[in-house]
Design a protein around this ligand. Structure first.
Ligand code: AHR
Length: 327
């Protein structure tokens, strides 16, 4: 074969390989992957708590089980990182974007960009305060106001026979986040019914153990009498327990503790009498999210709001549930 014939044969061969790659591989003319698999871009808040770690694992495991390609991003509790991640998912033309918004406000611009790119958005765990409801298809997660109310209801019952003042300190979640806003307002709605309940100090502990400990140390220094700690999540309560013990007091006895989440470490603390009541917030949203994303991608209608079912735990109930607790 002449040199020219060899070169021509090589060129034809290369063209055939190229065409094959286009029709069966991951690319297509509009840049969208064409392997038939659903691709979800998920922008997670971070890894601030045991709850969040369980939530991430649930989503990653569920994606694997459902054969979904998951593009996962950890925003390290920063809204600007989540916005960047969502923009990158739009550029990558994922099928569905899901995210758990670190704070409630400031999402309209990026959500409009997703809408303009025809990529449906699913809110998981936390809500946004956008007035334009067309910017997301559904919201899967807990009722945080209800969780705050459950904490308040416990307090009212616990102190039903007390006539003196009950001084409460509150460890708030991340400032501006839906669970911090709602758990605070739900609790306040209940306890405002009786003037003996006084929230004497309230500050953010950013949903982390370290910050919970630090803020509780400050509360212990500034407040002469603390009867109750209301923590917006278990990690802050667990950090606060360390601070209380280091101050020579007994958590659960000298200072009663009511918290939210229901993670294993908190159940262990409850079994030791250090937390008095825990309101459950379920992080295992993965399977429901995959199911929803598949439906949304297929053009099926889904409910606007899917609320997670949750309970509450006394120390006895937590101790009994501990061996089988998944997270
Ligand atoms: O949005 C859910 C809350 O966020 C959980 O209560 C908390 O632990 C997490 O960081």
């Amino acid at each position: 074969m002449s040199k020219r014939a060899v070169a021509a044969a090589a060129l034809v061969g290369a063209m055939i390989i190229g065409l094959t790659a286009c029709s069966s591989g991951s690319g297509s003319s509009d840049g969208k992957k064409s392997d038939g698999k659903l691709t979800i871009g998920f922008a997670q808040v971070g890894a601030e708590s045991g709850w969040r770690t369980a939530n991430t694992k649930s989503i990653q495991d569920a994606a694997k089980k459902a054969g979904v390609t998951l593009k996962f991003s950890d925003a390290q509790q920063k809204q600007e990182n989540q916005i960047k991640a969502i923009r990158s998912f739009i550029q990558q033309k994922v099928d569905v974007i899901a995210f758990s918004p670190v704070v409630e406000s400031g999402w309209d611009t990026v959500l409009k960009e997703a809408k303009a790119a025809h990529i449906p958005v699913i809110l998981t765990d936390r809500a946004v305060d956008s007035k334009d409801e067309s910017l997301y298809v559904t919201f899967l997660g807990s009722d945080f106001v209800e969780e705050g109310k459950k904490a308040g209801d416990w307090l009212v019952k616990e102190y039903a026979s007390t006539s003196g003042e009950v001084n409460i300190v509150q460890l708030e979640g991340t400032t501006g986040s839906a669970p911090a806003n709602d758990r605070k307002s739900g609790f306040a709605d209940v306890v405002k019914g009786d003037p003996k309940f006084k929230v004497v100090a309230s500050q953010t502990g950013d949903f982390t153990r370290a910050k919970g400990k630090e803020v509780m140390q400050a509360f212990l220094k500034s407040q002469p009498k603390i009867d109750v700690l209301y923590a917006h999540n278990d990690d802050m309560a667990l950090g606060a327990i360390q601070a209380i013990e280091e101050a020579g007091k007994k958590p659960g006895t000298d200072i009663k503790i009511v918290s939210v989440d229901g993670v294993k470490d908190a159940f262990t603390a409850m079994s030791q009498g250090k937390i008095n009541f825990d309101v459950e917030c379920n992080p295992l949203l993965g399977d429901q999210l995959m199911e929803l994303a598949k439906k949304v991608k297929a053009g099926e209608s889904v409910p606007r709001r899917i609320q997670t079912e949750e309970g509450t735990f006394t120390p006895e109930q937590a101790t009994a549930a501990l061996p089988g607790r998944q997270y």
